[in-house]
Write a protein that binds this ligand. Structure first.
Ligand code: FAD
Ligand code: EGU
Length: 471
């Protein structure tokens, strides 16, 4: 029956609103099932656009995102156009670089170009004869009663469109979601964090990457943080995160250099002092918002996915990955309920909300944790402890980022496991501490030590502990 004319003519019309990363991927998922898919996107076709404006230039793609791409046959192509990052490279204030692998050999994340990924997904969606892409269509309003959508064209004219199912993939400031907000029993929360971000380009040196390419470079400085991901053109995109009030304090080129001299001195020669002075003032710092809501659907008519359903702060590198996983989860439920929207949509909300809320919370938690006390030493220390415990008990203790980044463990289950592991670790520590005290006392009573020999090592240890806490 699949693909036969009778079946095809009966197929329902799915309108995907938003042709960003999740919208374009979702179009492929629905087209693969044989629906008549129409994508509506505010912007012009980015494949023809001269300048592509938008958020962050590159993104970390990990297992969940890759699995979703695999479902529509796009994994290999996208992976081949990305740069593997096998480890983080931690830059200390003194310029020292320390790598910490993400996992075993062959476990890595990928740096992918957002615009390129978006273009590839749009082109893939277009290869299905049952898909139509409509650019320059901005959703203005829609009716939850009739399912009728109104789009505005660049010339100011409007167009009315009807569909059986509306899939809201229109990002963190979703216009589709506005109708949800008017309804009873819809939960919604949004939080802007005090930090903003700014992107700076680090050009190649003598035609080569200015730093080691196969790493996610991190400069952890408590409140200030910088992250750099490699691009295919041998540049790095450095993303500077800091509180808006700190951005505002810097008003002249000299102050920019002074600031970098103080916190990121090793990057000045690599970005270039002149470029730094210029790029810093090119665009204002961008805001970051966390959005949680529930339910994700209205009747059998409309469903939210991607940032429209859950914008997360970028401190776990999971926003796109979670949005891509939304598409798989919806697809799996479509199989279970034979594409009956009346059953599929509530089930999707039931299954997906706890997981999306969990990753939103984790990303926010990591943001708070990092700005509170993560300098380069602390970051290195924590990751080494995690890896060591995993090495000791590889099946019982799996680092949280491993579950999040390299498995499809449901996000809420990863959080539960993490709490459980924490309990086990703390008990373990308590028992070993108690054991050490008892055992130590016994040994000391049996062999009273020469007190003078003990003073200097204790002093050394104390100095080390103090050093660990200062940036
Ligand atoms: P968007 O990419 O925002 O796309 C929405 C689309 O809808 C756009 O094309 C827009 O033009 C269109 N649209 C909007 N309104 C309308 C309308 N009214 N009518 C029609 N069309 C409309 N995620 C990761 O997984 N890894 C990372 O490393 C990572 N790093 C990040 C770093 C930063 C600094 C930021 C800010 C985010 C990062 N993310 C990362 C998150 C990631 O960018 C988002 O989760 C992802 O872009 C969400 O995709 P989306 O398609 O849902 O939304
Ligand atoms: C932030 C901005 C390191 C791209 C979280 C790790 C990110 C990315 C980490 C951005 C960090 C932070 C993880 C990955 C990734 C780490 C992760 C964060 C990609 C816990 C372009 N984060 N990011 N955690 O473990 O799991 O390396 O803008 F600095 S990838 Cl904040 Cl794995």
């Amino acid at each position: 029956m699949e693909g036969s004319p009778e079946r095809h003519s009966k197929k329902k019309v799915v309108a995907v609103v938003g042709g960003g990363l999740v919208g374009a991927l979702n179009a492929c998922f629905f087209a693969k099932r044989g629906f008549d898919v129409e994508v509506f996107e505010t912007r012009e076709d980015i494949r023809q656009a001269k300048i592509v404006k938008g958020r962050s230039i590159n993104l970390a793609l990990s297992h969940r995102g890759r699995q979703a791409l695999k479902h529509v046959g796009m994994e290999e192509k996208i992976v081949s156009q990305g740069i593997p990052m096998h480890a983080r490279m931690i830059h200390s204030l003194s310029g020292k670089q320390s790598p910490i692998p993400y996992g075993k050999k062959g476990q890595y994340i990928l740096s992918v170009d957002r615009a390129n990924l978006n273009k590839e997904l749009l082109t893939e969606a277009e290869t299905y004869p049952n898909t139509k892409l409509n650019f320059d269509h901005k959703l203005q309003d829609w009716s939850a009663e009739t399912g009728l959508m109104t789009f505005v064209r660049p010339d100011g004219s409007t167009e009315e469109v009807e569909a059986d199912l509306i899939v809201g993939c229109d990002g963190a400031f979703s216009a589709i979601r506005k109708q949800f907000l008017r309804r009873s029993r819809f939960n919604y929360s949004q939080t802007y964090i005090p930090h903003g971000y700014m992107e700076l380009t680090m050009p190649p040196i003598n035609g080569e990457f200015a730093m080691k390419p196969n790493y996610l470079h991190i400069w952890p400085r408590n409140t200030f943080m910088m992250i750099a991901l490699p691009n295919m053109d041998k540049t790095f995109t450095c993303t500077l995160f800091m509180p808006f009030e700190e951005f505002e304090k810097i008003t002249t080129g000299d102050e920019v250099i002074e600031f970098f001299q103080k916190y990121f001195p090793d990057t000045i020669p690599l970005i270039g002092a002149d470029a730094l002075r210029r790029d810093y003032f090119r665009l204002p710092a961008q805001a970051m918002v966390s959005v949680k809501c529930s339910p994700y659907h209205i009747g059998d008519k409309c469903v939210l996915m991607g940032d429209a359903a859950h914008a997360v702060v970028p401190f776990y590198g999971q926003g796109m990955n979670a949005g891509f996983e939304d598409c798989i989860v919806f697809d799996e439920i479509m199989d279970q309920f034979s594409e009956d929207f009346n059953a599929v949509l509530p089930e999707y909300t039931r299954v997906r909300v706890p997981d999306d809320h969990a990753i939103a919370d984790l990303a926010m938690y990591n943001y708070i944790e990092m700005r509170a006390h993560v300098n380069s030493k602390w970051f290195l220390f924590r990751k080494h402890v995690d890896n060591f415990l995993h090495f000791l008990m590889p099946r019982a203790i799996i680092p949280l980022y491993t579950m999040v980044t390299f498995t499809r463990t449901r996000y809420h289950e990863a959080v539960e496991r993490w709490h459980w592991q924490d309990k086990v670790i703390n008990r373990g520590l308590l028992f070993s501490a108690a054991g050490a005290v008892l055992g130590g006392s016994y040994v000391l009573i049996k062999n009273p030590p020469d007190i003078n020999k003990l003073i200097s090592p204790a002093e050394k240890m104390w100095n080390r502990l103090v050093a660990l806490r200062t940036p």
